[in-house]
Design a protein around this ligand. Structure first.
Ligand code: ATP
Length: 336
């Protein structure tokens, strides 16, 4: 674990002389995160920030450790080492971070500000209190329930609180009825935003794949997360669905106080919508910057060059870079 005396300073040195926005106002700071599975080091001393209100992409070749990072942030895995700080409230909130770390606490509140050390919290507390929501690489909906029911179940915690954890819901406590109405309104709002309102009464399993992906995002958004973690949201989508996803994520960024961290292989999506890109290779961070900086980073190009999987290499931006690298090598060869 990171000791109390260790600094929560910006997780990565700026690429330029200036401090970057995500280092000044991070909603999430991953510091010195290491995850070992027996002898395998899946993530090795990884540090990065997720800027408040940003779309941050975590990319890298297959097996680079991206999902492991998600599993550590969302409490599915307990990291071997490292500290993961989630903040509600602007700025670094350094005094609160130091206090919660030194005090051996899970979280600390001061008015409407709060700091959470996620590695000390079980997964349900991370979603309920730290307000981190996630979707999975393999869709996990309640297939037999309707689309609307999936969104109501997502708001279970709020409804249980309103029923005072009794049969208050069944006997129709006034507070419960108000909460239930608000939950339905929120569900309808997200069904409209995700263009699923016409399918509200259909079983979730009957939806086409792209609609199920959007339903997962709608379900996560019904919990009003401060941080939304999306594991390959564009996987399996056609170009039209992919463009709709971009629009949806940009809408969430513009209209809601939700920061987004996404794992994505589709570089079209990453380059178009990301404010910040972090690149992993073999569990180690090899680049951290805006989309243009990262796209032109030789270490990133080399990491993708080393991948055997054609699907991974066949990314337009990366392919173009690879062609340039190969052309330069061949020109050099013919000149000598
Ligand atoms: N529960 C586990 N037990 C053992 N090894 C694991 C476990 N989870 C992940 N790994 C290993 O950790 C490494 C990183 O895997 P991870 O799934 O995080 O990579 P990834 O970047 O998300 O890959 P992909 O893009 O293919 O999803 C891999 O070598 C993987 O086999």
């Amino acid at each position: 674990m990171v000791s109390a005396s260790q600094s929560a300073a910006p997780a990565a040195a700026p690429m330029t002389g200036e401090q970057r926005k995500w280092d000044i106002d991070p909603v999430l700071t991953v510091e010195h995160l290491t995850m070992r599975f027996g002898g395998l080091v899946a993530v090795n001393d990884l540090s990065f920030n997720v800027g408040r209100g940003d779309i941050t992409a975590l990319i890298g070749p297959n097996g680079a450790g991206k999902t492991t990072v998600f599993n550590c942030v969302t409490g599915f895995y307990k990291p071997t080492e490292g500290r993961t700080v989630m903040r509600h409230g602007a700025g670094l909130l350094q005094d609160m971070v130091d206090e919660v770390t030194a005090g051996g606490l899970r979280s600390i509140r001061d008015g409407d500000k709060a700091v959470f050390l996620l590695e000390r919290m079980p997964d349900f507390e991370i979603s309920q209190f730290a307000r981190v929501a996630r979707t999975f690489q393999n869709i996990r909906l309640f297939g037999g329930m309707t689309v609307l029911e999936n969104l109501m179940v997502a708001q279970h915690n709020t409804l249980m609180t309103a029923s005072i954890y009794t049969i208050g819901g069944l006997i129709g406590l006034p507070g419960y009825r108000v909460a239930e109405k608000a939950a339905k309104e929120k569900a309808v709002y997200w069904l409209e935003r995700t263009r699923l309102i016409e399918r509200a009464d259909d079983p979730a399993a009957d939806l086409p794949y792209g609609d199920q992906r959007r339903l997962e995002i709608a379900r996560a958004m019904c919990t009003e997360p401060h941080l939304l973690c999306l594991d390959e949201p564009a996987a399996g989508l056609n170009p039209r669905e992919s463009a709709e996803l971009n629009e949806l994520l940009q809408f969430i960024r513009a209209e809601h106080a939700t920061s987004i961290l996404l794992i994505e292989h589709d570089m079209g999506v990453v380059m178009e919508i990301s404010d910040h890109v972090v690149v992993l290779d073999y569990g180690v961070k090899i680049a951290d910057g805006d989309a243009i900086q990262v796209k032109n980073d030789p270490k990133v190009i080399a990491a993708y060059l080393g991948v055997d999987d054609e699907a991974e290499i066949d990314i337009p931006e990366v392919r173009k870079d690879l062609e340039e690298v190969e052309q330069a090598a061949s020109d050099e060869g013919s000149a000598s």
